[in-house]
Design a protein around this ligand. Sequence first.
Ligand code: 5GP
Length: 208
Amino acid sequence: MNKQSQRDGVLFVVSAPSGAGKTSLCRELIDNVQDLSQSISFATREIRAGEQDGVDYHFIDEPAFRDMISDHKLAEWAEVHGNLYGTSITTLKQAALDGVDLLLDIDCQGAAQLRKNYHQGVFIFILPPDMQVLEQRLRDRGTNSAADIQRRLKNAHGEIKQAAWYDYLVVNDTFAAARDKLTAIISAERCKAQRNKFLLNQFHSQEF
Ligand code: 5GP
């Protein structure tokens, strides 16, 4: 049960093509939305400057990751840009036990696996305003080669096709507007009657 409201925790699953602004938006939500925790994934990629093991990801090598797959320890996993990423079942179970709302920043393949297995999740897809803006944002980063940008744009077309089955589409035209929409989605989902039936108990027990 959720510590604040006695309701069950909610899984907020966020996906987007590379360059759509998902990482910054998710960071903003974690910093500013109360009672929302980041799910920390397992990843086989190299740790980047400024990242911390156990904070940004649990960084492990590929054999250890493959062991987690064969031991059925992952709720979902996928290969993204040549590296393996996954969410552990323990992370989701612990959040459910503690009633914690979790934010999962994961790719479409992993989101589809969770959609199949965890029906109560809320699935949000962040879109760029259009493909030209996406390309420009990837160029402006200054960290991706021309070939890498083309690969990411090609992948983006495939990912955006997946967006149709998500519960919400949020266009990241301006950061503030996208942040406000995401915050509103989280608030509305938290108020859903089916998650908050406990609120009615006191009224049912009163006689008038
Ligand atoms: P990065 O290496 O830039 O942090 O992340 C690369 C991509 O991997 C992002 O699209 C991110 O959403 C995705 N990703 C991160 N963690 C997970 C995870 O646990 N599962 C899946 N399926 N994708 C993930």
